[in-house]
Ligand binder design. Structure first.
Ligand code: ZN
Length: 607
């Protein structure tokens, strides 16, 4: 079988970025949204009772424009990712942002209209067969409506946001594009690295000395512009805090927890489990340092590859990667395997290794056609195969929800990373099992530790930093020096003061702090990772796992995270037990890594 390395976007809209079909679609969405606003103004719950036909029409149309916009968004961002220099993408994206704001305004209005519906009538509405499947989502909207201000003010906030929070976020991208790191290449020849290139080398270059030399140059590049980044971060957070304040909210974690349908108690338990169980990962880092000939690992070594003599990794062709994923997915779930195969066969994936593409990988769903698109750059490493398996896990999640009402497909970020991590775990484990030598196995286990190290240590540090930054920002503008200090202390604390170097400018270099529509873009990853580990542990002991897993995924936008775990796994997320079962799986990997590397470091017996 030969699969194409390029995706097909024509089944979404024909004709590329200037697509006439897309233009027509956007006009249609605009018209429908306006009509929806009018319909909403005229809606009267009492005259609509007892069948609520008008409301059903309203909510169906709202879902249709939202799904239509998502379809258009996917199409345009796909073109932008595959061809970063395309000048027509930004203006089209701007049109989409404006449409999004219009839909948001109508959606906010609907939320407030629901607040006006008396409890008994609202309960009667939810029993309608057409509304029952989205009862949870409608209740969520009504609850959100209770916190909204008057229409005019909400509309103004939405409009100001385009030149406020959203603008600061995109200003960040413009600033990053100006960052360059004067350095040298591996032969010592002077080069100027872009932020992306320097980041890749800092974390991924195989030469420990090269990485160690690069870290100060990297830090200096961000230090040179730290005031600009501090302004951006302060104003982005300031806008957000003012918005919270206007809505009577003083707890800055309230919105991110709500977005993730997660309780503060569960988050507290997760961090407790992480803090109590990081020693084995610090031991792993010490061992890694020893293998690199050092006493302590530096910041630049934490995610670095480890290549031992004879540990040359197997390279995959794209077709081999596809076959490998389909085969190992199939051992857990034939339906996962079938979806992966469909994605390869139907050209849903852009994987070609060529210039002009955006970095990174993502999956987005196309709700109108129940398809997905996956973007990545495939170079043939086992890590790329894991990335592909990760994105296909996302695609599987979307596919099993494809027949549900659009509102019920809106799963949050924390559970979004569950299916992807699960897909990735299957393939990463299969890679380790397929290793033909201990050296190769060590290299692969080391790569597999990137995730837990990121979750337990790096992301833990980001959360500590972000919490303290927001606390301080509630009182004042935070200076670059204070930001550096907050970050350095957070990293030292999270990494148990075990590293020889740190990256105090991570607050400037990490995009995640500058995302506008979601704040605290860190803990959902930890949730998703540990949640999927728990499911993975269960999968290995359960017979009808596939059905249970699909049932769980289909409920991911239909209840709180706690209720989801209780219903489908029978566990209480506010208690440590479930999380600890996942931690045990990582401990096994680390134990294996320690066992295999023991002879390589303990060559002289201790006195
Ligand atoms: Zn993901």
């Amino acid at each position: 079988m030969t699969y194409s390395l390029n995706w097909d976007l024509d089944s979404l809209f024909t004709g590329g970025i200037h697509s006439a079909q897309l233009k027509t679609k956007l006009i249609q969405i605009k018209t429908d949204t306006a009509a929806l606003g009018d319909l909403l103004d005229r809606w009267d719950v009492t005259s609509d009772a007892p069948n609520f036909q008008q409301f059903i029409k309203l909510i169906t149309q709202l879902q249709a424009v939202e799904a239509g916009l998502a379809q258009a968004n996917l199409f345009v961002s796909s073109i932008g990712s595959a061809d970063i220099a395309n000048p027509a993408v930004a203006p089209t994206e701007d049109r989409l942002r404006n449409l999004e704001t219009q839909i948001q305004t109508v959606s906010d209005k609907l939320k407030k209209v629901l607040v006006q519906v008396p409890d008994t009538q609202f309960a009667a509405m939810l029993t309608q067969p057409a509304l029952q499947p989205i009862a949870f989502n409608l209740t969520e909207m009504r609850d959100a409506g209770k916190e909204l201000l008057d229409d005019k003010t909400e509309n103004l906030i939405n409009q100001l946001n385009l030149d406020g929070k959203a603008a600061w976020s995109s200003h960040y991208d413009s600033l990053v594009a100006t960052v360059s790191v004067p350095f040298h290449d591996t032969d010592g020849k002077p080069v100027t690295l872009s932020a992306g290139q320097a980041d890749n080398n800092l974390l991924g270059n195989a030469d420990p000395q090269y990485r160690a030399d690069l870290l100060p140059a990297w830090e200096q590049a961000w230090a040179d512009k730290e005031q600009l980044f501090a302004d951006t971060l302060n104003h982005l957070a300031g806008f957000r805090l003012t918005e919270y304040q206007a809505h009577g909210v003083s707890d800055f974690l309230r919105a991110p927890l709500k977005d993730n349908r997660l309780s503060a108690a569960t988050l507290k338990t997760i961090w407790q489990v992480v803090d109590d169980n990081k020693q084995f990962l610090l031991d792993y880092l010490d061992r890694k340092a020893a293998l690199l000939g050092k006493k302590h690992a530096g910041w630049q070594d934490v995610e670095a590859p480890l290549t031992l003599p004879g540990g040359q990794l197997h390279r995959f062709t794209y077709d081999e990667a596809a076959a490998f994923i389909i085969k190992h997915y199939g051992e857990f779930s034939p339906k996962m395997a079938a979806l992966a195969q469909k994605a390869f066969e139907n050209h849903w994936i852009e994987a070609e290794d060529r210039a002009g593409k955006a970095p990174g990988g993502w999956m987005e769903s196309a709700p109108e056609t129940n398809e997905s698109r996956i973007f990545m750059t495939f170079t043939g490493s086992p890590n790329d195969v894991s990335t592909l398996a990760h994105e296909l896990g996302h695609a599987f999640h979307s596919s099993v929800m494809g027949d549900l009402p659009y509102l019920r497909q809106g799963y949050a970020m924390n559970v979004a990373e569950t299916a992807s991590t699960f897909g990735e775990l299957i393939v990463a484990d299969a890679n380790v099992k397929a290793a033909t030598s201990d050296a190769e196995k060590i290299t692969l286990l080391n790569a597999k530790m990137d995730n837990p190290v990121a979750m337990f240590l790096n992301i833990r540090a980001r959360f500590l930093f972000e919490t303290r930054f927001y606390q301080l920002r509630q009182q004042k503008l935070v200076t670059p020096a204070e930001l550096n200090e907050l970050m350095l202390n957070a990293q030292k604390e999270a990494f148990g003061h075990d590293l020889s170097t740190y990256s105090p400018h991570l607050w400037a270099s990490k995009l995640h702090f500058y995302i506008d529509d979601l704040s605290f873009y860190n803990f959902p990853y930890v949730f998703g990772y540990l949640f999927s580990l728990g499911i993975y542990a269960k999968a290995q002991q359960t017979d009808d796992f596939e059905d249970q897993y699909i049932a769980l995924l289909r409920d991911t936008a239909n209840m709180s995270s706690e209720a989801l775990a209780q219903k489908h796994l029978g566990v209480d997320l506010t208690q440590p037990d479930f999380w600890l079962a996942g931690v045990d799986l990582i401990k096994k990997d680390v134990a294996e890594f320690m066992r295999l590397t023991d002879p390589l470091v303990n060559t002289t017996p201790h006195a």
